[in-house]
Design a protein around this ligand. Structure first.
Ligand code: PRP
Length: 222
């Protein structure tokens, strides 16, 4: 087998999958404080998809949030940074190793005040969400309430406004989207933030490198 296909410890790249957007910028800022940086990725005009720091033997790529746990589960990336909402929704075989402390928000059941009564009486309501698995787990396994779940891909607050659904299960950060649309938080499901995830095989093969990275990031987050 060629060296490229069977890398030795010394020349093996550690690959990071980062969630495109604000999470990636915050992750890169934190990584650079641990001494891991990548000039190439800062170039906004570049059309490149994979960025390399040859000296540190690190590679980085940006992906849509829901795809990050997929890359990590299959070992295409050793490490991923993604929101806890996505980890819960995708339910992939990865280790969640660190809460990075940014991207904080909450997963909530929201709707008009009037829907509160329907929740209270465990009525068979319609729930719209970008997160059908989280919604199903919450209503069926935690609340033991039978509901109809409708998958949407964004602007979920529209659901109760146009009477597609009674409530929504969605992320609340500042609460301003809800407020501007006459909706409110009815129940809180769980707190969310950015997490670091690791491929289980990478964790065994690169224990020292990954553990020391986790330790440095943990120190910075104190
Ligand atoms: C998210 C979420 C809410 C909004 C909450 O949507 O789905 O709509 O942010 O933020 P707030 O509490 O600060 O108002 P996002 O902007 O990601 O777009 P989407 O509606 O297309 O999912």
């Amino acid at each position: 087998m060629s060296e490229e296909r069977c890398p030795t410890r010394e020349n093996r790249y550690l690959t990071f999958a980062l969630t495109k957007g604000r999470l990636a910028s915050q992750t890169l800022a934190l990584l650079s404080r641990t001494g891991i940086s990548c000039e190439e990725i800062e170039d906004k005009n570049s059309r490149k998809l994979v960025f390399v720091n040859e000296e540190l033997k690190c590679r980085f790529f940006l992906a849509k949030g829901p795809d990050v746990p997929t890359y990590v589960e299959y070992g295409a990336a050793d490490i991923g940074v993604v929101g806890k909402d996505t980890i819960l929704e995708e339910n992939r075989n990865v280790y969640e190793v660190l809460d990075l402390g940014f991207g904080k928000c909450r997963m909530c059941v929201c709707g008009p005040k009037s829907a509160g009564e329907k929740l209270l009486h465990h009525e068979r309501i319609r729930v719209a969400s970008k997160y059908p698995n989280i919604a199903r787990d919450y209503f069926y396994n935690k609340k033991h309430q039978t509901v109809d779940i409708i998958k949407l891909n964004g602007s979920v607050e529209l659901g109760p406004l146009v009477e597609l659904s009674d409530v929504i299960v969605d992320i609340v950060e500042t609460g301003s989207t809800l407020k501007e649309n006459g909706l409110e938080v009815l129940e809180e499901i769980c707190p969310l933030s950015a997490r670091m995830i690791v491929n289980p095989v990478s964790m065994r093969m690169e224990t020292e490198r990954i553990k020391s990275l986790i330790q440095s990031m943990r120190e910075l987050n104190k």
